[in-house]
Design a protein. Sequence first.
Length: 243
Amino acid sequence: DLGHNSHAYEALTQIPDSSRQLDCLRQLVVVLCERSQLQDLVEFPYVNLHNEVVGIIESRARAVDLMTYNYYELLYAFHIYRHNYRKAGTVMFEYGMRLGREVRTLRGLEKQGNCYLAAINCLRLIRPEYAWIVQPASGAVYDRPGASPKRNHDGECTAAPTNRQIEILELEDLEKECSLARIRLTLAQHDPSAVAVAGSSSAEEMVTLLVQAGLFDTAIALCQTFKLPLMPVFEGLAFNVKQ
């Protein structure tokens, strides 16, 4: 309560009972967040407590409304400080997916694109053979046409799993998601009524929405990026000409 953060952390590390120690760690994280003393929170060494503090912040990130307090950006900073770029990228990718589902505004779509771009930049800091993330469990799980071959944790190509709980996303997949996010924003800026559905729409659904909005060039670009058939675009264009 006196704001002696370093002393509180040192005392925490000396607690012999692991259950009590975890309770105190959780309290320390919450208090530092509430006081916006994030530098201390990020920079404490957390010897033998790293996984625990990550778990606490992850739980709060997933439980708290995205517009109330942004634990995702805190977790991103936590991993960047420790040069764990893959984890940092995963955090921002999950954040972007949640924004698309839960914050159905222009600002949410703008932020979604920025999150995906941050995730891409994280993977670009990693050697190419390790530039992949495990798709967050709380995100939208789907197979995209033209997606890169999925790999196991050793980097070897694998057949599509029947259990969809784990999916590997490579840099190319994230770049496609970022492109899709920009196109969602383009549609929403052109037609504000589309904001409510654009954020979580698949590439196929976006093609339909773009054609309906008359954004044929954008629809063609999206089809080329995701290797989707162009027929719906041409049909929409032909129908538009007849009107």
